[in-house]
Design a protein around this ligand. Structure first.
Ligand code: PMP
Length: 296
């Protein structure tokens, strides 16, 4: 169902053309390298962001770069560039790469001065990469199929779950691989309590009798798109309930959708044997979201 070309048909990311912003300089794409003795690689001392630009406008850059800074602080390091510097660098980089509709990937990691668990003397490296990127899930409003993952989101006592930390994506990659191998588009993840959490890279909403219900974001990312959708729905006169959601709640739902910078608003048509036939409210909200991203 996906319109995204298979990975085997794509040019590997380290062999593409263009420019990458790397520690304050703009480098040719092929020159943006790091050494294998990088703490970020060995110990996942690494945080990143995912931002989109639409028609040449970066969508919510301050919110994303604030979260970028906060993600690093939660991993006990400071990103050595201000939010304004990162925003300016992104604008210049998009222009340099002649991109208007792009995915933007800021990333920061600990360097090579120490190679042990303690790493507080390492330098911090920062890069921004931009590339052409269409819909994350082929056709967003035809609906995707999810399967329940055996992997669960850890508690706030077990992981820095408010950080967009590379290490936290290990379970997401495992869950996504298992789902795709079983013929699904993505996985639904529960949290450590067995409550519904999110998918591997997006937040989840249920439409129950005209109201939106979404899990409390207490052990996973409170997505910028999630917050945007909550605002859009409230302005459209739709009630929004943030609460603990169980799997049984899906039996009461007429519609389910995912939200995220990459996923935007993506309809879910099945979760294993549960099917959701309606899509009216999702389509209405998706339209409002799509209009919003183009006017900022
Ligand atoms: N959860 C996870 C695990 C994610 O990777 C993302 C994407 N950043 C989200 C939720 C949604 O966040 P946002 O809307 O800020 O992109």
């Amino acid at each position: 169902m996906s319109s995204v070309p298979p990975a085997s048909a794509m040019v590997p990311f380290d062999q593409r053309e263009g420019f990458i912003w790397y520690n304050g300089r703009t480098l040719a794409w092929k020159d943006a390298r790091l050494h294998v003795m990088s703490h970020g690689l060995h110990y996942a001392s690494c945080v990143f962001e995912g931002i989109r630009s639409y028609g040449g406008r970066i969508y919510k850059p301050s919110a994303h770069y604030e979260r970028f800074h906060e993600s690093a602080r939660l991993l006990d390091f400071e990103i050595p560039y201000s939010i304004e510097e990162l925003k300016d660098a992104t604008v210049s980089l998009l222009a340099k790469n002649s991109l208007t509709d792009a995915y933007i990937r800021p990333i920061a990691w600990r360097g090579s001065e120490q190679m042990a668990i303690a790493a507080d003397k390492t330098s911090i490296h920062t890069a921004i990469i931009v590339w052409d990127f269409g819909p994350y899930f082929g056709s967003r409003l035809q609906g995707i199929r999810l399967t329940l993952s055996r992997w669960r989101r850890p508690s706030a006592e077990s992981a820095p779950c408010k950080s967009k930390a590379a290490g936290l994506y290990t379970i997401c990659t495992l869950a996504k691989h298992e789902a795709q191998r079983a013929g699904f588009d993505d996985a639904l993840m529960l949290d450590y309590r067995g409550l519904v959490a999110e998918s591997t890279g997006s937040n989840i909403f249920l439409v129950i009798d005209g109201a939106l219900h979404t899990p409390l974001a207490d052990c996973f990312l409170d997505g910028i798109t999630r917050r945007t959708l909550i605002d859009i729905a409230k302005r459209a006169g739709i009630e929004v309930v943030e609460r603990a959601i169980t799997l049984d709640d899906f039996d009461k739902a007429q519609e389910v959708f995912l939200t995220g910078t990459a996923a935007e608003v993506t309809l879910v048509r099945e979760i294993d044997e549960r099917k959701f036939d309606d899509s009216q409210i999702t389509k209405r909200l998706a339209k409002l979201y799509d209009e919003g991203v183009r006017i900022g």
